[in-house]
Design a protein around this ligand. Sequence first.
Ligand SMILES: [Zn+2]
Length: 328
Amino acid sequence: MLNYTAGGLYQVTDGVYQIRGADLSNMTIYRTDNGYVIHDPLITKEASTASWEFAKMHLPAINGEHKITGMIYSHMHVDHFGGSRGIVESGDFAKDALIYAPKDFIKELADENVIAGTAMGRRANYQYGTTLDNTPKGIVDNALGLGTTRGEVTLVAPDREVVEREEVINIDGIDFHMINMPGAEAPAEIVLYVPQYRSLNTAELTYDGMHNIYTFRGAKVRDSLVWTKYLTELKLRFVDSGLVDNIHAAHSAPVWNNPETEVNEISQYMTLQRDNYGFIHNQSMRLANHGVTINDVGREIEKIVPQSQLNTWHTNGYHGSYSIMQGR
Ligand SMILES: [Zn+2]
């Protein structure tokens, strides 16, 4: 929680940094041979500009400058690309720097933000309380972050969509394993494995709470079965095999393994996150097959939530809910 209330620049590990608490989402910064790669430039140009300027005050100059050597959009929700112009126009964006995005980024972005944009924008105002003031009776937080910034939402189109299921792309000396994991939290989304930093960036497939399957704002329904399979894959390939010392994401704080103990805390975290979405899928379908209707599934499922999920703070419903269908 400290990471939300005390917004600022945080080190995930030597070479990986995050701006947290400046917007709904995190801006992650990876050091490369000659500069820095920006991952997810927040919602607005104002927020990304201020965040990068702040980061420059604290991150070391490389060859006497803070060059931006590339930018990556994890997915096509606005909190992950809206500040793109602030980065590209910062004066630090290298001439040969490229912008990377998941497969179908522009197509899916248009679906949600243009074709359904007006309706979804209106509903998002209610979901996020966008117009509430920062007063004791106004906004408290948005669960995913402290709030959303207001300003100019921009899009600099990516130079390259990662079209293969998985591609290893070297940006200024650092290998980024970009893995497409669409249809879970977003219709187009990539996670990153960065071996140099023994880091896994799960994009928005993990977050310190239960995420939405069907959002209030009306985004495309997420496939919780696919979601749970992706988390199993990431856990087995990168976490349980000992390839990473930290995972970090587009929201919330990272998770680290404590070298003093034998416990694989990241694996435990991934297991509980994974099980949460598997539980939602399996029990929703079991109840539906038993004749429970859509209006009652939420009420019925709440009676059988496993104690392991209830007892764990990062699988509770600050943002998503089992009980969405209980509204009258
Ligand atoms: Zn997000």
